[in-house]
Ligand binder design. Sequence first.
Ligand code: BGC
Length: 506
Amino acid sequence: MGKVVLGVTVGVAVAACAVAALVVGRRVRSRKKWKRVVGVLKELEESCETTVGRLRQVVDAMAVEMHAGLASEGGSKLKMLLTFVDNLPSGSEKGIFYALDLGGTNFRVLRVELGGQRSDLDPDVEQQPIPEQLMTGRSEDLFDFIASSLHRFVEKGNDSVQSSITKELGFTFSFPVKQTSVSSGVLIKWTKAFAIKDMVGKEVAGALQQALARKGLNMRVAVLVNDTVGTLALGHYHDADTVAAVIIGTGTNACYWERTDAIIKCQGLLTTSGRMVVNMEWGNFWSSHLPRTSYDIDLDAESPNPNDQGFEKMISGMYLGDIVRRVILRMSEESDIFGPLSSRLYVSFALRTPAMAAMHKDDSPELTEVARILQDVLDIPDVPLKARKLVVKICDVVTRRAARLAAAGIVGILKKIGRDGSGGITGGRSKSDIKMRRTAVAVEGSLYTQYTMFREYLHEALHEILGEDIVRHVVINVTEDGSGTGAALLAASHSSSGSVDNIQLV
Ligand code: BGC
């Protein structure tokens, strides 16, 4: 009997040990898995680090590259393109003007009635998505589509389509264009999701003008502008201290108001104002000081435009969601904290930035929105809370880096034009003594306007880089539909002032 009891006791003890070993083994394995994903996160955080010291290096690099791009054609990755816009709307513009805005995922047509005296603008706007096949097909199809939309829009309004009075049109075309005048220019390359091969190297306004003629529209492309330039125009219309404009949406870019004598690559450029708007095409900016990760390298290599638009790929809405997808994929490959590996994680751009922003701002205790998006968008169900928290953190790291780099870019422009406060410091004067002029920057684009955390991180970085004394003088103004409305304003200011002819290259 005693032997039996002993046997049972030993048996129970062995079983208990086995169970304990199993539990401990599982715990150890799970801890190891967790350690691996935490390692991935830590590595991401380190390689995305944007200390204020590093941001200042980016500021300096931006200012240096701006100089280089203005000094000679091809002197920098920053193209620093001439826009031939030599006067900005004053507020006295009058008349009815149209605009077409092409550049992101949506396309807009606008009609603006200007009453002079800096009147309130209340444009009629119609927006529609561009069918994806048109972004990569034939240029004629894209321009016919645009012209048809404009035709319908004019018809719907009170203006006659075939009127004998030629209507003036501002065309916002948000890609790098080598302008030959304020109303003409040649496409250098496509960016974002566009890739219409037969258009590269072709006259952009001419292609639209022909499509308008095909549709029987009596309209003249009065100005061809980048979206940043339209935004600067509207920004300046509302606030005369506006010296630069930045877009942070699907793509990113900036333009600013430059002295013509600083545009060394175009010697003898004479304008009435002595100035010209320069389209930087900052999406293509590059510097060894940019904090680059292995995810950026892979994204770039797999993109349709490798080695191009490096700054844009770290900052803009087209790419942020995809960087996050890549990090989640890496974590899922390293461990199974997200469950079985989902094939959706291998699909480029499966996670779009709006979904990423929605996860980032989820502050519900159970992170239910994060769970929903992981399930619906990436096919990853039943993610434990701990892993959901990790996803929010990834979004935070990626967005914070993007916003802080954009802030450094803005300060780079301010530095180039002597509005960052640094030029004014002379021996014996403290920073607060510097006479810093009020400086306004117009900003547009969904990342800035719709992604609160992005905007907050950008402002925080501006404060850190510039310091409280200087940042007080820098105003960020959000313009609404500036890229389109601004083009209509420029069509007005450039049709009435006749300044097109005032630009001379001597
Ligand atoms: C284009 C710029 C444009 C920016 C914002 C970039 O991809 O190259 O011309 O201003 O996107 O739309």
